[in-house]
Design a binder for this molecule. Structure first.
Ligand SMILES: NC(=O)c1ccc[n+]([C@@H]2O[C@H](COP(=O)([O-])OP(=O)(O)OC[C@H]3O[C@@H](n4cnc5c(N)ncnc54)[C@H](OP(=O)(O)O)[C@@H]3O)[C@@H](O)[C@H]2O)c1
Length: 263
C-alpha cells in the first residue's frame, strides 16, 4: 500500500449516507472496497451501482458490528481477499434525545454505547492486529464535533463520540512505530443521514463533502480533522465561554434542549 492510495478499504455501516459517499469518493482510488451494514438490501444496491462509476470492486456483506463473532468473521474474510489497508469505523447510531426528557432511556443509552463505542473499539482492535501482521495500515474513526463540547440535545451520543476520540488519540500514540496510523474525523452536521431531525443544523454539509474531507485527511496521514471550518471554529469559541453563558447559547441555538422537571 502507498499510504495515500489504499488498495483495500473496509467500511462498516456503509449503507448509510456517509458510508455511501465514502464509497463514491474511494471508488476511483482503491482496488477493493469491503463494505458492510445491517441491511443487506442497501448493500446490494451499492454493489450494483458503483462499478459503473468507479473502478473499485465492491464486496458487500451483512454485518451487525455489535456481534463480535460476525465482526471477526467479516474482517477475516476481508483479509483473505487482500491485505487490509484502511478500516473506516463508520457504523453508528444517532439522532437527538427525546425532547423534554431529562435522561435518555437506559435501553437507548446502552445501544449508543454498544455500537458507537464498544463495537467501534473492537473494530479497531481486530483491524489493527491484522494490519500490524501485514506491515501497516490506517484506522479511520468517524467521531463528531460533538466530541469536543457535547450537544445538549444528544448527550449520550456526544459522550460516545468523545470516548471514541479519546480512544483514537490514545491508540495513535500506542501504535507509534507499528506502521498503523489513526485518523480521527470530527464532522459537524451532515445535511443527510442520522439526526435529520428538523432542528437547526448550522453549516451543514453534504455527505459527499464530508467524505472528501475524511479521505483527504486519511491520505495525508493526519491524526485528526474537524470540519467544516466555520462550525469547528464556532465550537472552539463556545468552549471559551463560561459554562452558564455557553448553556444559554446552546439553548437558543437548538431551541429544544430545555428539560422538563416533570420527566
Ligand atoms: N449525520 C451527521 O450529521 C453526522 C455528524 C457527525 C458524525 N456522524 C457520524 O457518521 C457516521 C455515519 O452516519 P450517517 O450520518 O451516515 O448515518 P446513517 O445514514 O444512519 O448511517 C449509519 C449506518 O450505520 C448502520 N448501523 C447502525 N447500527 C449498526 C450495527 N449494529 N451494525 C452495522 N451497522 C449499523 C446504520 O444502519 P441502520 O440505518 O439500519 O441503523 C446505517 O446504515 C456515524 O458514525 C455518525 O455518528 C454523522
Amino acid at each position: 500500500m502507498s499510504g495515500s492510495r489504499p488498495r483495500h478499504v473496509a467500511i462498516s455501516g456503509a449503507g448509510g449516507q456517509l458510508g455511501r459517499a465514502l464509497i463514491d469518493v474511494l471508488s476511483p482510488l482503491a482496488a477493493h472496497l469491503s463494505v458492510s451494514d445491517l441491511d443487506i438490501g442497501r448493500l446490494d444496491g451499492i454493489s450494483r451501482r458503483v462499478p459503473e462509476e468507479g473502478r473499485a470492486e465492491i464486496h458487500p456483506a451483512p454485518v451487525d458490528v455489535g456481534d463480535d463473532d460476525a465482526l471477526r468473521l467479516w474482517l477475516a474474510a476481508c483479509r483473505e481477499r487482500a491485505p487490509l489497508d484502511w478500516m473506516i469505523v463508520n457504523a453508528g447510531l444517532g439522532g437527538p434525545s427525546p425532547q423534554g426528557a431529562l435522561c435518555e432511556d437506559p435501553g437507548r443509552t446502552a445501544s449508543l454505547i454498544e455500537i458507537n463505542l464498544r463495537s467501534a473499539i473492537e473494530q479497531c482492535r481486530i483491524a489493527s492486529e491484522m494490519m500490524i501482521g501485514n506491515g501497516g495500515g490506517r484506522l479511520v474513526l468517524i467521531s463528531s464535533l460533538s466530541a469536543l463540547l457535547g450537544y445538549p440535545d444528544a448527550p449520550v451520543y456526544a459522550a460516545t463520540k468523545a470516548g471514541l476520540r479519546a480512544y483514537g488519540l490514545s491508540m495513535s500514540a500506542r501504535l507509534a512505530g507499528t506502521g498503523v496510523g489513526i485518523t480521527i474525523a470530527l464532522p459537524g452536521f451532515l445535511s443527510e443521514g442520522m439526526g435529520e431531525s428538523g432542528t437547526w443544523r448550522p453549516f451543514s454539509m453534504t455527505p459527499r463533502q464530508a467524505a472528501r474531507q475524511i479521505v483527504g485527511a486519511a491520505r495525508s496521514g493526519r491524526t485528526e480533522i474537524s470540519f467544516p471550518r466555520p462550525m469547528s471554529a464556532a465550537i472552539g469559541a463556545l468552549g471559551l465561554l463560561p459554562a452558564t453563558l455557553r448553556g444559554a447559547v446552546y439553548h437558543r441555538w437548538s431551541g429544544q434542549s430545555q428539560v422538563s422537571s416533570q420527566s
